[in-house]
Design a protein around this ligand. Structure first.
Ligand SMILES: C[S@@+](CC[C@H](N)C(=O)[O-])C[C@H]1O[C@@H](n2cnc3c(N)ncnc32)[C@H](O)[C@@H]1O
Length: 283
């Protein structure tokens, strides 16, 4: 039952909680977001039988189950909006220009690794996998499109690979439907696409977790770092630079750039879009 009157979050509680969330996840909450935190975290107080947000902050710092709880707090505060074939220009650049280049660059090893960092419920991962499969350039190759996210709840949806109509909200997404099996209103990703993907729970700000990711050819990190401040972006982009092989590609969301973040990448002017590339030999 909801609390008759949910406790208000004081400015001091807001400061403490947002610092804790930021330190854990890189998510940066501006001064105007106090009521958002209050509204979204109130059910957690109720769940644990806590009287106010000060007690919740102490719980997050000192309770034996604090690690699990901070994951849930971050989960309820993240924006997980995503859908198939999001940002079509970039995906056109990916399939028509980057994939043919990768087929050449990796033809010796016949191996391709793509990482969707902050994949939410998986639509981006399956879109990439379908484009790979349809390109016809990688028959018999060792392929993996790896999706990771900080939130376990969205990863469960991604692993299930079953989607409703809203996931197909762009006109371009319609063209992907052949790769799904329809059951009423629910669309199941077909097996030949599923076997190209894998998912993992990773916090991009957690260096020990980042050690689990091997070298990759392409990183998609779209609409994730918009919620980070510059310091967190710098940390994450350093990780991306370390994980990408030389000449590897970094694709950000259309409103994002590396301006004021790093000069370690070069800009590649493709026909359909601009993308970042790790230079062939970094000094
Ligand atoms: C808006 S979604 C973007 C999904 C997809 N990339 C797209 O563009 O459609 C942002 C995702 O980033 C994830 N995220 C936020 N902070 C993260 C972090 N520190 N580590 C990993 N994932 C994070 C959120 O859980 C959320 O699912």
């Amino acid at each position: 039952m909801p609390l008759a009157t949910a406790p208000a979050m004081t400015p001091e509680e807001f400061r403490l909680l947002r610092e804790l969330i930021y330190a854990h996840s890189g998510l940066s909450f501006g001064d105007e977001t106090r009521y958002l935190l209050e509204r979204r975290l109130a059910p957690r107080l109720q769940y644990h039988g806590l009287d106010d947000f000060g007690a919740y902050h102490r719980f997050l710092r000192f309770d034996p189950s604090r690690r699990a709880e901070i994951e849930i707090a971050v989960e309820v505060l993240t924006t997980n909006e995503t859908y198939f074939y999001r940002e079509p220009h970039q995906l056109r650049a990916f399939s028509e220009e980057i994939l043919p280049a990768l087929a050449q660059e990796n033809r010796g090893a016949r191996r391709l690794r793509i990482w969707s960092a902050g994949c939410s419920t998986g639509e981006e991962v399956y879109t990439i996998a379908i484009l790979l499969a349809r390109s016809g350039l990688f028959e018999g190759w060792d392929l993996d499109v790896f999706g990771s996210d900080i939130a376990r709840r969205v990863l469960a949806v991604a692993r299930a690979g079953v989607y409703g109509p809203r996931a197909f909200r762009t006109p371009e997404a319609d063209a992907l439907r052949d790769s799904f099996r329809a059951e009423g209103e629910r669309w199941h990703v077909k097996e030949d696409v599923r076997r190209l993907v894998s998912f993992g729970h990773l916090n991009l700000l957690d260096d020990s977790m980042m050690g689990l990711v091997g070298a990759v050819d392409v990183i998609f990190c779209r609409n994730v770092m918009i919620y980070f401040d510059v310091a967190a972006r710098k940390r994450v982009v350093r990780t991306f630079r370390d994980k990408l092989r030389e000449g590897g590609y970094l694709l950000l969301g259309h409103s994002e750039s590396l301006l004021n973040v790093t000069a370690d990448f070069e800009i590649l002017h493709l026909r359909h879009d601009l993308v970042y590339r790790k230079p062939l030999a970094l000094p």
